[in-house]
Design a protein around this ligand. Structure first.
Ligand SMILES: Cc1cc2nc3c(=O)[nH]c(=O)nc-3n(C[C@H](O)[C@H](O)[C@H](O)COP(=O)(O)OP(=O)(O)OC[C@H]3O[C@@H](n4cnc5c(N)ncnc54)[C@H](O)[C@@H]3O)c2cc1C
Length: 429
């Protein structure tokens, strides 16, 4: 099957990336069949509010639906809900094959898109299977967590990443006693620098969340009925808890890719066109490991991003590749996190930075940290500064940088301050 003769596409996984592959295929004029299979029984939905508004009871689950059922029907997208694809086998040399679901359905395809996301890492300590040890990935998890929170009073959150901290903030706002336990020295250590980490620690603590760093969980303690009662930590302490919520990272789902003979390394390896190692199959979103579009030889050559924006943008690139076009992934990745009434927004990838500039004052709860490699602006973390964030990301998208003395002076607007990355301009900047 040549690219122009692709007549059937199977999309495995129907969330942010999957839905955008399907929609983009139609937008790009593809007229063949599209079957999209989701292991979840819900219409595809927006995941980020699960740890925020949904948990706090501010919205109901139905409001998170991405598109109506009629939309998929109108677009000729055959949406199969509540079925898991269990195996993928090849049929021929190119990307064609057969899928089998847990309901016994067989789907043949000319091309397959893997948008299977990631799964939460499990807490591997004695007792971790107790009732009341919960994870948060899917809608069903969030609804369970919301309902269990209503009856709990002491919560231990294991992990100090975005999901753990968002859950901690939501639970605290619901009036729960919350302790966050993490092995690292600081919060969100993988994703943000010291200033933002310290700021959020102070905010959590001032709202009454207890933060215990450099501590790991060694055991989950439960009662005779198997219900969680607390955890034991590496310093021998016991923390009482009615619920233990685990947010210690997520692993990409790679089993189907491996079965299909695709290269896998911390995710399904793809190129800048979202093409996997066979040159026909595509992968996008949390499950894909891609070339870092901002690396420029500074290290961190490949990466896997867990962000809504990445899932959306990579899905569009993947759809183009399925129909034989080649659009490189050229966006500036970004994501956000909401904790209490603070918004953190992060753009770019700070790996390989050699210096940073703080803009604004941490005490004023409004600041940004800009990361540079030489004169080039490669990443930024903005706290409660959405206007600066938009201007910074806009500059990066155009391949521009922001002169450091402008960045460092929060009284100077960033509007119009970006300059192209040319040596002579940067010397005078
Ligand atoms: C609680 C929470 C809060 C978040 N908050 C933010 C945020 O504030 N900002 C941000 O940028 N990002 C946030 N994220 C990350 C963001 O939601 C993800 O990056 C995004 O959803 C990735 O989309 P995806 O389509 O790649 O994967 P997923 O959304 O994980 O979707 C994959 C789908 O594939 C299905 N699937 C897997 N295997 C199979 C199979 N074999 N057969 C059929 N179906 C299968 C899964 O059930 C799932 O429905 C958050 C994530 C979570 C869990």
């Amino acid at each position: 099957v040549g690219d122009s003769e692709v007549r059937s596409v199977l999309i495995v996984g129907a969330c942010q990336a999957g839905v955008h592959v399907a929609v983009s295929l139609r937008e790009q004029g593809y007229q063949g069949s599209i079957t999209m299979v989701s292991a979840e029984a819900h219409l595809p939905y927006n995941r980020p509010p699960l740890s925020k508004a949904l948990l706090k009871g501010e919205i109901v689950a139905d409001s998170l639906v991405l598109r109506s059922r009629e939309f998929y029907e109108d677009q000729g997208i055959d949406l199969v809900l509540g079925e898991r694809v269990l195996s993928l086998t090849r049929a021929g040399e190119e990307g064609a094959g057969l899928a089998r679901t847990d309901a016994g359905r067989i789907i043949d395809f000319d091309r397959v898109a893997l948008t299977v996301g990631s799964r939460p890492r499990r807490l591997a300590v004695p007792g971790a299977d107790a009732d009341g040890v919960l994870y948060l990935r899917d809608m069903d998890d969030a609804v369970t967590l919301r309902d269990r929170l209503a009856e709990a009073s002491r919560i231990v959150v294991v992990g100090g990443g975005f999901i753990g901290l968002e859950v901690a903030a939501s639970a605290r706002l619901l009036g729960k006693h919350v302790t966050v336990v993490l092995p690292a020295q600081r919060l969100m250590a993988r994703a943000v620098g010291e200033a933002a980490a310290e700021f959020f620690r102070t905010e959590h603590e001032s709202h009454g969340v207890r933060i215990r760093t450099q501590l790991s969980v060694t055991e989950v303690i439960s009662d005779s009925k198997g219900a969680v009662r607390g955890i034991r930590t590496s310093d021998g302490d016991v923390l009482a808890a009615d619920l233990v919520i685990v947010g210690i990272g997520a692993d990409p789902r790679v089993e189907l890719a491996e079965e299909f003979g695709l290269a896998v390394d911390n995710g399904i390896k793809v190129d800048e066109h979202a093409l996997a190692s066979d040159g026909y199959t595509v992968a996008a979103g949390d499950c894909a490991n891609m070339p870092n579009p901002l690396s420029h030889g500074r290290g961190a050559e490949r990466m896997r991003l867990e962000s809504l924006n990445n899932a959306t943008e990579q899905a569009k690139v993947a759809a183009a590749s399925l129909v034989g076009a080649r659009t490189p992934y050229r966006t500036i990745p970004w994501f956000w996190s909401d904790q209490f009434d603070h918004k953190l927004q992060v753009a770019g990838v700070a790996a390989g930075f050699d210096h940073l500039v703080l803009r604004g004052a941490v005490e004023e709860r409004r600041f940004s940290v800009l990361y540079y490699a030489g004169p080039e602006l490669i990443a930024a973390e903005c706290v409660n500064s959405p206007a600066d964030f938009a201007l910074i990301r806009g500059a990066m998208l155009r391949g521009h940088t922001i002169p450091e003395q402008v960045a460092a002076d929060a009284t100077i607007s960033l509007r119009g301050s970006a300059v192209p990355l040319e040596p002579e301009l940067l010397e005078t900047a």
